[in-house]
Design a protein around this ligand. Structure first.
Ligand SMILES: [Mg+2]
Length: 228
């Protein structure tokens, strides 16, 4: 039974415990205010389209995270028809997004339910400082044993080296004693499976990576109570 086998749960953060798009929307509004440029729904829509496309390229090794940060607002601003300093907007987004932490439904409840039964960790592709601040703001940090970001480990999910780095820091755990819960088939499920970690896909946006079969699929976090 899964309950007897599993000792630790790895949660992805954005779009698994926190609503990334709602966080980003707040941060973009604040950044535009700082720069004196008008916020528009078109700007936000272009962000929600272009940002995941660039992250896909990072996760498949086509570009680096540094390149994503260089290209992101250059292309978002140009597609929105706004003439502004894209690197300044990028800088401000990073400042404001640290303060944004909108929890997904059941995020706190499920951590509360699992806390004490399992070791709970976050595994996220982002900067360590940013994710710690957001987890703190969301009130989720007290439930976690530790937080592993690509910023801290030095490589992104789904790379094998990411999980290698995580397990190096958790010598008491073996991959088969762990399960990863995440919204991205590409980053979380492919990454977890290739390292021998059990996988649970939070199906929020549908299949973004055909040909991958997660061990478990849920459509909201509460369903984890049936598994763990
Ligand atoms: Mg995610």
């Amino acid at each position: 039974m899964l309950k007897n086998q599993i000792k630790a749960v790895f949660f992805d953060l954005d779009d698994t415990l926190l609503d990334f798009n709602l966080c980003a929307r707040e941060a973009i509004i604040d950044s535009c205010k700082d720069m004196g440029i008008p916020f528009s729904e078109k700007l936000y829509e272009n962000f929600t389209r272009i940002n995941p496309a660039l992250w896909k390229m990072v996760e498949t090794g086509v570009i680096t995270r540094a390149t994503l940060h260089k290209l992101r607002f250059l292309s978002i601003l140009s597609e929105t028809g706004i003439d502004a300093d894209d690197q300044e907007l990028e800088r401000l987004l990073k400042v404001h997004i640290k303060k944004c932490a909108v929890r997904l439904p059941y995020a706190e409840e499920i951590l509360k339910y699992l806390h004490g039964k399992y070791e709970l960790y976050v595994t996220s592709n982002a900067s360590q400082e940013q994710q710690i601040m957001r987890l703190e703001k969301a009130g989720l940090l007290p439930y976690l044993t530790d937080v592993f970001t690509s910023g801290r480990i030095g490589v992104e999910k789904p790379k094998r080296e990411f999980f290698e780095g995580v397990f190096k820091l958790l010598p008491h755990l073996s991959p088969e004693q762990t399960i990863i819960v995440g919204d991205s088939l590409r980053a979380d499920i492919v990454g977890g499976k290739s390292y021998g970690i059990k996988t649970c896909w939070l199906d929020r946006f549908g299949n973004d990576f055909p040909g991958v079969t997660p061990d478990y699929t849920i459509t909201n976090l509460k369903e984890l109570e049936n598994l763990l």
